[in-house]
Design a protein around this ligand. Structure first.
Ligand code: ATP
Length: 253
């Protein structure tokens, strides 16, 4: 499904932010990406969706070489990648339903999207998704009236509206309390199973990741230093990844 082959990234004038990263993610597989600040987690996510062009290596999504695509072809390929963000990235003054429908923007034409005219099938699917994420009572609420956990549910429904093959999830729980964090991680993992979706979740909270995902990739200084089951993350491995940082405490940022 997703395959990274020897992906490296050097920003202008900087050190290697990614160093020869290779791994595969299968359909339906949920991977937590962990590592200390500056390890290259965000760079890796951005190299997958091509917001950052890798300096070296290949990024294959369903056998298509994303790093070679430009313009329209890249936009088409990106439809297969749903993004979920720490700060939700909702349009606050729009309703829950409108935010979810905006997940179809890459599919509907320019005028349709400007006038926010979506096909009936899209509205039906958005309604189903909002029901699935537990927000069926809130379709017409303004997004700025929601709690953090509810906003993240809208963000998840919007990403799924794209009918993606892969979800890239950047710190989905960093702005949430512990209970909402667990609910969001559980929901994400259930949805990936139900829809046979692959996901890479960039997450600081190791204990939370261990509780829900089936595979963890640990980055340190741009290189993969661990790739395995969460049970295999021993104290020694975590110390290798995080150095002397206290990896048991979720990061503040
Ligand atoms: N646009 C950029 N230009 C130059 N250097 C960058 C840029 N973005 C990131 N870097 C550098 O690349 C390295 C990896 O950064 P990255 O943001 O990918 O790490 P991260 O693991 O996501 O960190 P955090 O957990 O703090 O978000 C760091 O040394 C960072 O300073």
């Amino acid at each position: 499904m997703l395959e990274l082959k020897g992906v490296s990234k050097r920003y202008a004038g900087g050190e290697l932010a990614l160093n020869n990263v290779s791994f595969n993610v299968a359909a339906g597989e949920v991977v937590a990406l962990i590592g200390p600040s500056g390890a290259g987690k965000s760079t890796l996510i951005r190299c997958i969706n091509q917001l950052v062009q890798p300096t070296d290596g290949q990024v294959l999504l369903n056998d298509s070489r994303l790093e070679l695509l430009k313009g329209r072809q890249l936009r088409m390929a990106r439809r297969q990648i749903g993004m979920i963000f720490q700060n939700y990235a909702l349009v606050e003054r729009l309703s829950v339903m409108e935010n979810v429908l905006s997940g179809r923007l890459a599919y509907v034409g320019f005028w349709q999207s400007l006038l926010r005219r979506y096909p009936a099938a899209d509205i039906k699917y958005a309604t189903q998704l909002l029901d699935r994420v537990g927000l069926s009572e809130m379709l017409d609420k303004r997004s700025d009236a929601l709690s953090g956990g509810q906003k993240q549910r809208v963000g998840i429904a919007r990403a799924l509206m794209q009918r993606p093959a892969l979800l890239l999830v950047d710190e989905p729980t960093a702005s949430l309390d512990p209970k909402s964090s667990r609910q969001i991680m559980r929901l994400l993992c259930e949805l990936c199973r139900e829809q046979n979706l692959a996901a890479i979740i960039n997450i600081h909270d190791v204990a939370l990741a261990q509780q829900f995902v089936s595979r963890v990739i640990g980055l340190q200084q741009g290189a993969v230093v661990f790739d395995g089951k969460p049970e295999a993350l021993s104290e020694q491995v975590l110390t290798d990844i995080y150095g002397l940082e206290d990896w048991q405490e979720p990061a503040d940022d």
